[in-house]
Design a protein around this ligand. Structure first.
Ligand SMILES: Cc1ncc(COP(=O)(O)O)c(C=O)c1O
Length: 405
């Protein structure tokens, strides 16, 4: 017998660890009495099932020759054209359909970005906290992450300025700055216009690529908020924009898109070709039709109301029950509220078991979202799935835990 086949795995894959928290939260999903603020998933009650079934039937019966066939790596032209129009209406920038790459969810977009730019040991800048799966994708590719703290106005770009200066003096040039400017996951904060401008000025000064991940801006509840996209403000074509169908229609369709700086499009397209040839053609036809028939617009309008009520339920319950030694975000959209508990010794990770077993409430401990491993006293609370009444009750239980432990 030879050695275990596991020995053949690459060092990067050997280093992958299953998250204990994920395992624990799997049990939570099966229990009816535990209120979970853990999973950041859309409320499935609102999936537009009938309309999607009609569209799927139509694109198979009427366009089956194309929709069931292999297709272009960049994506089917009908979808890229529909998306260009959708982006212009919703995000205020003109994308040439030839410059849009359809991906299999924005997770694939993150993977493509990681593979395209990161060499082992490269520095990458993210917000702190930042999206767990982006942190994972960048680390898997070998990046060393530098986290920039956030406040209610998003990434603290004055800290970014200091960090870039310091890195330069040490001889480092980061590969890119990754940001989720609107209704950030997990922070629940939105970057102010001034900070967006500052970020772009710094990117220009240090000649950096900016990755704008934008899943949540399409259903912002607060109409007055300034949610201008970085891509719309970008005069030098250095922002790579990415977004996803997952929150505006359904994550199971697994589609996302990249609008890269034009000079990068061909290289990224080639890379995707080596990864999976193309994203599912049928799903692309369904998505194109859902945009063209106005289903996406109608659905997004409905979602705004649904999630606004849930957000209000969570924030108002926190105002009522949370003690004064806590900070929490007041998101204008998205699925998440992030909270820091400033109480000596409070450790969200080690309290999770007792939260679930005794207080019957679950959350995601915040430490994993912080690239530097801080944030023991933080947690991410998702309001997307539970009903408003359940959210209220869950926040009440959580506040008991915070006060008693
Ligand atoms: C900031 C951010 N980026 C990317 C994604 C991934 O989305 P997708 O389902 O398209 O892979 C998510 C999903 O939660 C997200 O919050």
């Amino acid at each position: 017998m030879g050695n275990s086949l596991l020995e053949l795995l690459s060092p990067a894959v050997k280093r992958l660890r299953a998250s204990e928290i994920r395992e624990l939260l799997k049990l939570v999903r099966k229990s009816k009495e535990i209120i979970s603020f853990a999973g950041g998933i859309p409320d499935p009650k609102y999936f537009p099932k009938e309309e999607l079934a009609e569209i799927a039937t139509k694109v198979i019966t009427e366009q089956g020759e194309y929709s069931l066939q292999y297709s272009e790596t960049k994506g089917v032209p009908e979808l890229r054209e529909a998306l260009a129009d959708f982006l212009y209406r919703n995000r205020g920038f003109k994308a040439d359909p030839e410059n849009i790459i359809i991906t299999s969810g924005s997770q694939q977009a993150l993977d493509i970005v990681a593979r395209a730019f990161i060499c082992i040991g490269d520095k990458v800048i993210t917000e702190s906290p930042s999206y767990l799966a982006a942190i994972g994708a960048f680390k898997l590719a070998g990046a060393e992450l530098v986290g920039i703290k956030i406040d209610e106005n998003g990434m603290k770009t004055f800290i970014l300025e200091d960090v870039l200066r310091k890195l330069k003096s040490e001889g480092f040039k980061p590969k890119f700055i990754y940001t989720i400017p609107v209704a950030q996951n997990p922070g629940g904060v939105t970057m102010s216009r001034d900070r967006k401008k500052h970020l772009l000025e710094l990117a220009s000064q240090y000649d950096l690529l900016v990755i704008e991940d934008d899943p949540y801006s399409y259903f912002v509840f607060d109409e007055k908020a300034d949610i201008t996209s970085l891509k719309a403000l970008d005069k030098e074509d250095r922002v790579l924009y990415m977004s996803t169908i997952s929150k505006i229609l359904a994550p199971g369709i697994r589609l996302g898109w990249i609008v890269p700086p034009e000079e990068l499009t061909r290289r990224l397209e080639l890379l995707k070709q080596y990864v999976d040839l193309h994203s599912p053609t049928l799903n692309q036809y369904i998505f194109a039709e859902a945009i063209k028939t106005g289903l996406v617009d109608r659905h997004v309008k409905k979602l705004k109301n649904v999630y606004k009520v849930k957000r209000d339920a969570m924030v108002s319950a926190m105002e009522e029950y949370f003690p004064e030694y806590t900070w929490y975000s007041r998101p204008i959209g998205g699925f998440f509220v992030f909270t820091y508990i400033y109480k000596q010794g409070f450790d969200a990770k080690s309290y999770l078991t007792v939260a679930i077993e005794k207080y019957k409430v679950a959350y995601v401990p915040g430490q994993g979202f912080h690239p530097d491993g801080t944030g023991e006293n933080s947690m991410r609370l998702s309001f997307s799935y539970p009903s408003p009444e359940t959210i209220r009750e869950g926040i009440k239980r959580l506040s008991q835990l915070i006060k008693e432990l």
